[in-house]
Design a protein around this ligand. Structure first.
Ligand code: AP5
Length: 209
C-alpha cells in the first residue's frame, strides 16, 4: 500500500507513522527526517537546507523531488510505503505521479490551535526520533526513556517558525487536499483525539485491523 500522510505541521503525522509501520509493515519515509539527518551529518545537503528549515520555509522542489525519487527506487518500498511530508506542493505531487503510483492520501484533519499546542510542547529524541510532548507524552528530563538518547527541541519549533510553517502550509500544501480529493484518493482522518484513538481512526479509514 502506497500511502501519503498529508496535514499541517504538528498534526501528528510522524507519531501516527511510527504506529502505522507496525500495522502495515511498510517503511516510513519522512522528508523532514531525511533533511534533519543530513543537517546532523553536516553533509552538503544538510548545509544547503538548514537555514531554510529553521526559518520554517520549504526546501526547493527540485532538491526535494530528486531526493524522494532516489529513495523510492530502493528495494524496501516495493511492497509499499508511508510518505510523510511529501508532496507539499502541486509541483511535487505531479512529479510523484510520474514515478510512483499513489494509493491513498491520509488527510490529517485538525485545527490550527491544536497544532500550535502540539508543536510548542514537542520534544524529540535525537537517537530514536520518538516524538514526546511536555503534556501528552512527557519525557523524563532530557533523556529518552525508550533508548537513552538526548531529548531536544527542534529549531523550527520556535514560535516564529511555527507561524511561518502554518502560513506556508495554507499557501502551498493545503491545495493538495482538493487536488487529491478530486482524484478520489483522499481519506480524511480526525487527528484531534489522543494517539490511540487517532490510530483507530486511521485503521478504519484504510480498512485494516
Ligand atoms: P517535517 O519534519 O515534515 O515537519 P512538519 O510537516 O512541519 O511536521 P512535523 O514533523 O512538525 O509534525 P508531525 O505532523 O509529524 O507531528 P508529530 O507527530 O511530530 O518537515 C520539516 C521541514 O523540512 C519543513 O518545514 C521544510 O522546511 C522541510 N521539508 C520537509 N518536507 C519537505 C517537502 N516535501 N518540500 C519542501 N520542504 C520540505 O507530533 C507533534 C507533537 O504532537 C509531538 O509532540 C507529539 O508527541 C504530539 N502528538 C502527536 N499526536 C498527538 C495526539 N494524537 N494527541 C496529542 N499529542 C500528539
Amino acid at each position: 500500500m502506497n500511502l501519503i500522510f498529508l496535514g499541517p505541521p504538528g498534526a501528528g503525522k510522524g507519531t501516527l507513522a511510527a504506529k502505522a509501520v507496525e500495522i502495515l509493515k511498510v517503511p516510513h519515509i519522512s522528508t523532514g527526517n531525511i533533511f534533519r539527518a543530513a543537517i546532523a551529518a553536516q553533509s552538503p545537503l544538510g548545509l544547503k537546507v538548514k537555514a531554510i528549515i529553521d526559518a520554517g520555509k520549504l526546501v526547493d522542489d527540485e532538491t526535494t523531488i530528486a531526493l524522494v525519487r532516489e529513495r523510492l527506487a530502493e528495494p524496501d518500498v516495493q511492497t509499499g510505503y508511508i510518505l510523510d511530508g511529501f508532496p507539499r506542493t502541486i509541483a511535487q505531487a505531479e512529479a510523484l505521479a510520474s514515478f510512483s503510483a499513489v494509493g491513498k492520501v491520509v488527510n490529517f484533519d485538525i485545527p490550527d490551535a491544536a497544532v500550535v499546542e502540539r508543536l510548542s510542547g514537542r520534544r524529540v529524541c535525537r537517537k530514536c526520533g520518538h516524538n514526546f510532548h511536555v503534556l501528552f507524552d512527557p519525557p523524563k528530563g532530557n533523556i529518552c526513556g525508550l533508548c537513552g538518547g538526548e531529548v531536544y527541541t527542534r529549531d523550527d519549533d520556535s514560535e516564529e517558525a511555527i507561524q511561518k510553517r502554518l502560513h506556508v502550509y495554507r499557501e502551498q500544501t493545503a491545495p493538495l487536499i482538493d487536488y487529491y480529493r478530486q482524484k478520489g484518493l483522499l481519506l480524511d482522518v480526525d487527528a484531534r483525539p489522543a494517539v490511540g484513538q487517532v490510530v483507530e481512526n486511521f485503521k478504519k479509514a484504510v480498512s485494516v485491523q
